[in-house]
Design a protein around this ligand. Structure first.
Ligand code: AMP
Length: 409
């Protein structure tokens, strides 16, 4: 089955065409026929990138003012003679969408129908920047491919197994009742993907695994997974909570908001902007949100870059400690996403002094491992440490396949 995976933002669409079936899914050898993106939707110079499997990336610009045209364009590229990868758009049997917020409505991926569409719309209040473009993507696809089933895969769904002790804030309970103010968590598809992959690597049932998964990219979150279910995660009501990230502050004292507002004579939205876009690694270092730049600068003696890395790694360490306490140990810690997969230095900072907690870190193996899967703890380590590259699109394709075949089966 050929599945189009879409990740629609306010001015962009990222896509992959993935072919899967029962056997490919079991063996984990699905084919990625094409991938690419449409950027700067809403302008006369939208950029389309398209890369067929095993081919060079092709890019061009053209006016694209809304998502429907963007998706039409992707379909045109896919069927283009010679450069395309399918003969007819009818070969696409299902479409899977990344949807950021499923609130308390959705604890698993689901085929989108009217009721589901309403549920996604009802969550707009919780994710005003993300759920609207996710819905536009669905609606645009419905116009262009009216008879193809579409599936929503939610960033929040995996964390719906958290218990109230992990998701209720220390605020008046009526705020939860009135506005559903609680912790939701994000990056669920990534945490679940690496968990499933770990179960394969260890040849153990997912249900038996206690794991701490660290998604360290530009956005960062960490999840505590007990018996294969998320029991806690660092992001909260929004993705601002938790770890120090590329541009987000992560956990801070909430009393700082009114304090900064008054002292810096800022408006509320300016403070919000500061916490989301000008804090974290870039805010501390004053240099960059890119960990590579900070690593290079710190090697050359830049004190603030070094401090940003120290703060980043220490926050990850604190969360791991908390989750190890909460679960009374773990089978494994997994690192994934841009920094988690590619920065031996950050992984070393996080794990090297955790032997009292059962982590026997293998520095040599860690230094060798960049951008690929592997184990970076010693054989004898009670808590194993793994690097597993994430693949959210693949999990979206697998979930889409499962939802569509369950329905027709
Ligand atoms: P992501 O959001 O998953 O694409 O991750 C982006 C982050 O990964 C950025 O902060 C990059 O600096 C970081 N990253 C990517 N490659 C490397 C690398 N080789 N070393 C350190 N950080 C990296």
């Amino acid at each position: 089955m050929k599945i189009l995976v879409l990740n629609c933002g306010s001015s962009s669409i990222k896509f992959q065409l993935i072919e899967t079936d029962e056997q490919k899914r079991r063996q984990g050898n699905e084919s990625r026929l094409a991938k690419g993106s449409v950027q700067k939707i809403g302008s006369a110079e939208a950029q389309i990138d398209f890369q067929a499997q095993g081919q060079k990336k092709i890019s061009h610009t053209q006016p694209i003012y809304e998502h429907t045209t963007g998706i039409e364009n992707i379909l045109q590229r896919l069927v283009e003679p010679e450069k395309g990868v399918i003969k007819d758009v009818e070969e696409i049997e299902a479409v899977g969408h990344r949807v950021v917020h499923g609130g308390e409505y959705f604890s698993r991926s689901t085929i989108i129908n009217r009721e589901v569409e309403k549920g996604i719309r009802d969550c707009i209040e919780l994710a005003p920047l993300h759920n609207p473009p996710n819905l536009w993507g669905y609606q645009a696809t419905r116009e262009v491919l009216p008879s193809v089933p579409q599936v929503a895969v939610f960033d929040t769904a995996f964390h719906q197994t958290m218990t109230p002790s992990a998701y209720i804030y220390g605020l008046p309970y009526c705020l939860y009742e009135r506005y559903k103010i609680r912790r939701y968590g994000f990056h669920g598809t990534s945490h679940r993907y690496v968990l499933l992959r770990l179960a394969k690597i260890l040849a153990r049932p997912v249900k038996e695994l206690d794991v701490i998964t660290c998604h360290l990219g530009n956005g960062c979150s960490i999840a505590s997974i007990k018996g294969g279910q998320s029991v806690d995660t660092s992001m909260g009501f929004t993705p601002l909570e938790g770890l120090v990230m590329g541009t987000r502050c992560g956990d801070i004292d909430p009393a700082l908001v009114p304090f900064i507002l008054e002292r810096e004579d800022l408006r509320l939205e300016e403070v919000n902007n500061m916490l989301n876009k000008h804090s974290g690694l870039i805010g501390i270092s004053g240099l960059s949100n890119d960990m590579r730049t900070l690593e290079d600068a710190s090697k050359e003696g830049d004190q603030k870059a070094a401090l940003a890395i120290d703060i980043f790694a220490y926050r990850v360490q604190k969360y791991i400690g908390a989750y190890l306490a909460g679960m009374n140990g773990a089978d494994a810690i997994v690192f994934t996403a841009g920094i988690g997969e590619n920065s031996p230095m950050v992984r070393e900072r996080v794990c090297k002094n955790m032997d009292a907690l059962g982590v026997e870190f293998d520095s040599r193996e860690n230094a060798r491992l960049q951008g690929k899967e592997g184990c970076i703890s010693r054989e004898s380590s009670p808590v194993k440490v793994f690097v597993i590259p994430t693949d959210e699109e693949l999990l979206i394709a697998r979930d889409t396949y499962q939802c569509v075949t369950e329905k027709s089966g």
